[in-house]
Design a protein around this ligand. Structure first.
Ligand SMILES: [Zn+2]
Length: 60
């Protein structure tokens, strides 16, 4: 069987590997205080998650 050496070129693989994780660190903007927070986690700045206050912050 004649098999192709590789499916994608080295350049394409390198490009893919170099940038796949840059935009997916799990960071989202908090809708409450608009700071960057971890996705699917309670915001550490304001204690909000899904529009409700989950963790009481010291100032409130
Ligand atoms: Zn917040």
């Amino acid at each position: 069987m004649a098999n192709p050496k590789r499916k994608w070129s080295k350049a394409r693989t390198a490009r893919h590997r170099s940038n796949w994780k840059l935009s997916v660190p799990g960071l989202v903007e908090c809708p409450q205080c608009h700071t960057l927070k971890l996705g699917h986690k309670v915001c550490k700045a304001c204690g909000y998650y899904k529009g409700r206050e989950i963790v009481k912050t010291s100032e409130a």
